[in-house]
Design a protein around this ligand. Sequence first.
Ligand code: HEC
Ligand code: HEC
Ligand code: HEC
Ligand code: HEC
Ligand code: HEC
Ligand code: HEC
Length: 388
Amino acid sequence: MRNSTFLRHLMRLKTFAFLLFLSFFIVTSIPITASSAEDDTDVIAEDHSHIDIKRGERFFKGLLPKDRKFESCVSCHNLTHTDTLNWNPSAMAIAVKFAGKDFSEFQSAVMQPVGKKMEASHKDFAIEESDLKKVKLYLDELAVTGPPSAGPTINQIIIFLFLGLLMTLALLDLIFFHKIKYRYVTVIILIVAVIVQVKMVADAAISLGRSQNYAPDQPIKFSHKVHAGDNKIDCKYCHHTAEFSKSAGIPAMELCMNCHVLVREGANSGKFEIAKVVEANETKTPVEWIRLHNLPDHVFFSHAQHVGIAKVDCQKCHGDVAQMNIMKQTSDLSMGWCINCHRDTKVNFKDNAYYDNYMKLHDQLKGGGIDTIRAVNIGANDCMRCHY
Ligand code: HEC
Ligand code: HEC
Ligand code: HEC
Ligand code: HEC
Ligand code: HEC
Ligand code: HEC
């Protein structure tokens, strides 16, 4: 008797496990990269076979079974987003730079390195011309198809749905079917699935941007640490409208050229990034910096008021910018953030001509009725000051 119920339970468990296994197998057997990009291949390289491009890709990724004396290209030229700044040009960046250029130009760039950084990195490259030609084909294709998608891949969506299914099954079993004998197993499945899903949603939300700690890759690897930190360039040298206008402004390339007429190689990035500055300046193409800080339209904020008049340090709102290699938004820019600071921050009332016509407050100060004035006292937290 006892034996047969046990067997029955075992059978049910088996069915459940089999279903799980089956769905998991389906999920994992779908190729990692979406293959839609490959369809474009033939359009680009009409007279080159698909195989050559694939070979180039494998070579670039160091997957060819050959004795080579150098690292794979991808170990320095990353294909996907890196969490920490990679000072070397990305694969996409070199692909774009050489997309319209001849193979010979590409070849001499790779094989005859110029400059300190390049000489150190591309040292003793021994690559056969036919191999390098395939690499160029691969990069040309990459320039058109773009880097592997950073957004949620089909895989991630399927895993997400799969987890949803798993949770539903686990819940149904917990409440109705009781097919799994050991409840804690179901509970653990449920908890793990919830945690993974929450993490996936959180990651997706962060990559949507506009959030605290948002730090996207910029078109040029401009480092505030190198400029404002190591070289002690004043913030207002570049953001020169901060003191007297609403917006702090992003400098144009002409301003960069004040220095980069002479400085053509950086200790970290070599010549590649500064070459972009020079080129953008020569061709008068504005650099498309990705903007981080963005208040909604219904909020009014002025740098002039805060930097020019109230003399609030940039760091109070933007964090330790002088230590950032990649610019990052450190404040959440919420209404509470503004209001709290207005409540806490003292205003230097006496030595600032701007506040001369706040007669009543001046009288109270002199009479000893109050000893400090904070931003909130001069109306900084009135709705109309921030909302039109
Ligand atoms: C050499 C010029 C230069 C100097 C000096 C400089 N910046 Fe910048 N700043 C830039 C450029 C270019 C960008 C756009 C690229 C980026 O976001 O990294 C920028 C972006 C920013 C942003 C992000 C804007 C946004 O929302 O997209 C902030 C905030 C900022 N700078 C603050 C500062 C502060 C604070 C200092 C001084 C500690 C400073 N900057 C010094 C050139 C400069
Ligand atoms: C006041 C002078 C000055 C200005 C203005 C300036 N830079 Fe620089 N920049 C430097 C110096 C100095 C270095 C460091 C060179 C080195 O590593 O020896 C540098 C380095 C760089 C590097 C390479 C960083 C590295 O370590 O490899 C890049 C990229 C760069 N600057 C971009 C810009 C851009 C973009 C602007 C305009 C928004 C700009 N610079 C404006 C002085 C300046
Ligand atoms: C050890 C790291 C490293 C490896 C490995 C490497 N590179 Fe580079 N590569 C660099 C750096 C760093 C630069 C930029 C240096 C500079 O601009 O001064 C660069 C620049 C380039 C450039 C641009 C040159 C220019 O003139 O703008 C090309 C093209 C390039 N690499 C191709 C390759 C290929 C193809 C491979 C594989 C066969 C490869 N690299 C392997 C580090 C590396
Ligand atoms: C009181 C807080 C505060 C201070 C102080 C402050 N900022 Fe900002 N900054 C902001 C906010 C908020 C935004 C977003 C504004 C928007 O979206 O309209 C911003 C945006 C920016 C931007 C984006 C582009 C633009 O034109 O506005 C730059 C660059 C910038 N700040 C640089 C600076 C620099 C440099 C200083 C110091 C001289 C500084 N900020 C001081 C709060 C501040
Ligand atoms: C680091 C502290 C700080 C933060 C954060 C801050 N402020 Fe202020 N703000 C001040 C100070 C100090 C004053 C007083 C200057 C004055 O009004 O003369 C002020 C004044 C103002 C005023 C002007 C009030 C007047 O006198 O007309 C406005 C509008 C304002 N802030 C908007 C904002 C908004 C919007 C934000 C958030 C996006 C914000 N502030 C965040 C410190 C801050
Ligand atoms: C110091 C500036 C400041 C003052 C004063 C202020 N707000 Fe806001 N308010 C903001 C900012 C900044 C946001 C945008 C918050 C965000 O995008 O998360 C906001 C957003 C809002 C929103 C939209 C809801 C939301 O979260 O996006 C409403 C409604 C609002 N405020 C009402 C008010 C009212 C009512 C008052 C007066 C009691 C007031 N605000 C005073 C800065 C201010």
